[in-house]
Design a protein around this ligand. Structure first.
Ligand code: ZN
Ligand code: ZN
Length: 556
């Protein structure tokens, strides 16, 4: 149809379809007015009192063939502010990395090789291609040693070497890491009105082909003491209900992998929750969350992940459990991928090497479930950075099929790019398939190794010796238990106090002065017996003892 548009300069004749967006009309007028489409206003009358509806089609706005409308461009100063961009970039000077990352960036991480008995023709002090140290990301070394994932810092070095990235100190430095973004760019660099009025190759997120992540933010999870994780398993054993907890610990270098990082788990905090035979429901928000973090922080610990059970007794009477998760069912469900992604998004890793100042996460997920022998076995994993971006930008959701994620459909409110994944078919040919609408969760999973420390070094000497918090069903956290625990003979206060759950319970009673509570934490952290003597002489410690005794006598 033909629409006549009167501008201050001339009469325009614009050919459009009734199904075209008003935006296509705006674009044509904008180019004639030499103005940005954002500045163009359209109205039914010359004074502009009856503006044209713009969030619709030409037909939807009520325009008919031959209609006369009026168009003008707002002056620059009155043009509406374009909405802020959705992914903000940040100068690397403002990013404060974990000291662990500052340290690992400095290390070369090269893989040393001995003199090759056949090929090295030089003496003991010489060096040649056959014995030269390898970069930490050497592909052949990786293959020979069956290393499925590079460590994050080996990957970072690989990317920087490939891109020839100048060092941080150079004015030429450009952050080399990428954070996938699935939102439409607003405003569009081409200058048209925002989606859904317009979309073009410059502002739409590009199609993505999924590939398993080649590196991992954390390589290994080390559990200081089996009793720590055992707490959640014991809950299931006594109730038949599943249990959830937050892992507290610290990140340390992991020497088994070049430039590796491990999460060392020292304690589990169990937040308020409802427990069922087939899962848990958290009570959110947890009013104690910040205090727990603060107390853990005073002990040198931070929240490093989550743990939960998915256990079912096999009824054999032999304390065996059903193997629910295996190659024919699933290891990690799509709902779990979404949940872990959200947890990871809440705990991003700061990085000077990413334009956003953040890159992935070191937050880990541990699922305690049955293995093929009927034993309880931890599945330790993270979701990939891609999974975090997809969940953050809400382009995927859990599907009814546990092993598959669903890609959402594009709507007027949200543009979803096409998602593909590659796999080898039964003829061993690489196939690229569109995720319409689902794809296997494996593309977004990164598995981690786990184990015990080689040399035991517990943060807590008596882990889980005191009853655990938020267990109304089992309870056991009371004044008598506390009093007996603190006064148990023959072990000394630094040992009696050395349990995370006990420390949280003492804090919750509010009987100790803040300074004295801090002293107790310091005693646990340092195991300095002088602090134990000092603590027992503090007035609030003494009065706590008296109050506990009185309370017990009164049946508290
Ligand atoms: Zn050599
Ligand atoms: Zn565009």
């Amino acid at each position: 149809m033909l629409i006549r548009v009167r501008t201050p300069e001339k009469q325009l004749r614009v050919n459009v379809e009734g199904s075209d967006s008003i935006y296509s009309l705006i674009e044509k007028i904008a180019s004639d007015l030499k103005a940005s489409p954002h500045a163009v206003v359209l109205a039914w009358d010359p004074q502009g009192r009856q503006p044209l509806q713009t969030q619709t089609t030409v037909g939807g706005a009520g325009l008919k063939n031959g209609d006369q409308i009026y168009g003008d461009a707002l002056k620059d100063e009155t043009a509406p502010e374009p909405p802020a961009s959705n992914t903000s970039t940040v100068s690397h000077f403002l990013v404060k990395q974990d000291p662990l990352d500052d340290e690992l960036v400095k290390q070369k991480g090269t893989i040393k090789r001995g003199r090759h008995p056949q090929f090295c023709k030089h003496g003991d002090t010489g060096m040649c291609d056959y014995c030269m140290p390898l970069p930490p990301y050497d592909a052949k070394y990786q293959e020979e040693n069956k290393i499925k994932h590079l460590s994050f810092h080996a990957y970072l070095k690989k990317v920087m070497d490939q891109n020839k990235t100048p060092p941080l100190t150079s004015s030429q430095f450009i952050p080399p890491l990428e954070d996938a973004d699935f939102k439409v760019k607003v405003p569009c660099p081409a200058g048209h009105a925002p989606f859904p009025l317009g979309i073009c190759t410059k502002c739409q997120p590009s199609a993505v082909t999924l590939q398993p992540q080649t590196f991992r933010m954390v390589d290994h999870v080390e559990i200081e003491d089996g009793k720590v994780i055992g707490g959640v398993i014991d809950f299931w054993r006594s109730t038949g209900l599943q249990r959830f907890g937050y892992l507290y610990g610290r990140y340390e270098p992991y020497s088994e992998v070049p430039l590796g990082v491990k999460a060392v788990v020292a304690a589990v905090y169990e937040p308020p929750q409802d427990n069922f035979a087939d899962g848990v429901q958290l009570h959110l928000p947890d009013p104690k969350e910040k205090e727990v973090d603060r107390i853990a922080g005073a002990l040198g610990l931070t929240r490093v992940g989550i743990v939960y059970t998915d256990l079912l007794d096999d009824r054999s009477g032999k304390a065996k459990v059903v193997c629910k998760r295996h190659a024919e069912s699933f290891f990690i469900s799509s709902a779990e991928v979404v949940f872990s992604a959200k947890q990871q998004l809440e705990h991003p890793t700061a990085s000077k090497y990413s334009p956003t100042g953040k890159f992935g996460s070191r937050f880990v997920t541990v699922v305690l479930s049955g293995d093929e022998n009927g034993d309880i076995h931890p599945l330790v994993y993270q979701v990939s950075n891609m999974a975090m971006s997809m969940v953050r930008d809400e382009i995927v959701e859990a599907s009814v099929e546990a092993g598959k994620l669903r890609v959402k459909e594009s709507t007027n409110a949200q543009y979803v790019p096409e998602v593909f994944y590659k796999f080898k078919n039964e003829y061993n040919l690489m196939i690229k398939e569109a995720a319409k609408p689902t794809f296997p969760v494996e593309y977004l999973l990164v598995t981690l190794t786990n184990g015990k420390p080689l040399e035991p070094k517990e943060t807590f000497i008596s882990p889980n010796s005191f009853p655990i918090e938020n267990r109304e069903a089992l309870s056991g956290q009371d004044w008598r238990t506390l009093y007996e625990h603190l006064t148990a003979g023959g072990r000394g206060l630094s040992i009696n106090l050395s349990d995370f759950h006990l420390l949280l319970y003492i804090w919750s009673l509010g009987l100790l002065e803040e300074a004295d509570y801090k002293l107790a934490l310091e005693l646990v952290r340092t195991r300095d017996e002088n602090l134990a003597v000092e603590l027992t002489q503090r007035p609030s410690w003494k009065s706590m003892g008296v109050m506990l005794q009185e309370g017990i006598a009164q049946g508290q």
